[in-house]
Write a protein that binds this ligand. Structure first.
Ligand SMILES: [Fe+2]
Length: 178
């Protein structure tokens, strides 16, 4: 069975529904950073890019009374938990390998510790670390990174490019014999 691509993941209606809220620009940018960091650190770049693309898909209710209320949002925030479940469900529907789906889901769950009563520094696996760092790299104060715009065609173009880089990475490591 072929690899579930980032383009497959992006095009699915679940992704389209939930990525609008946290921003396509942020998701695609973080996926690109995660790919580069993963290759550098010897982490599976497919897992890293998928986790990064989906890391914020648990975001919800950005506005209150028609106004963006960052503090209120932070107080109630469980987006990493929701995102972990959504990412898992989505990947399973797409026919993803179950262990991959689980690893991505846990990386989404642990991409931030802002909702936890303890910090995760030092406790993350290399994959989880890459996803958290890639997210941090694109972050702006007050969540402004969620409002940068990118249209769907540009997102698809960049994700297709990233898919090709991921496939080339695995081809280089496992050259087909004959
Ligand atoms: Fe993020």
């Amino acid at each position: 069975m072929g690899r579930v691509t980032l383009v497959d993941v992006f095009k699915h209606r679940i992704t389209q529904k939930y990525l609008q809220r946290s921003g396509i620009h942020h998701a695609v940018t973080v996926a690109g950073y995660a790919f580069d960091m993963a290759v550098e650190k010897g982490v599976d770049p497919d897992l890293a890019a998928k986790s990064a693309l989906l890391h914020d898909m648990g975001h919800y209710e950005w506005y209150r009374d028609g106004k963006w209320d960052y503090d209120e949002y932070r107080r109630h925030d469980i987006h990493a938990i929701k995102g972990a479940e959504r990412a898992h469900k989505l990947l399973i529907r797409l026919g993803e390998d179950r262990l991959t789906a689980k690893e991505v889901s846990v990386a989404v769950l642990l991409h931030t510790d802002s909702y936890l009563p303890f910090g995760l520094d030092e406790k993350r696996t290399p994959l989880q670390h890459v996803v958290a760092k890639a997210d941090e790299k694109d972050e702006q104060p007050m969540g402004l990174h969620h409002y940068k715009e990118m249209d769907k065609s540009e997102a698809l173009r960049l994700l297709h490019e990233l898919d090709q880089k991921i496939e080339a990475y695995f081809d280089d490591r496992n050259p087909k014999s004959g």
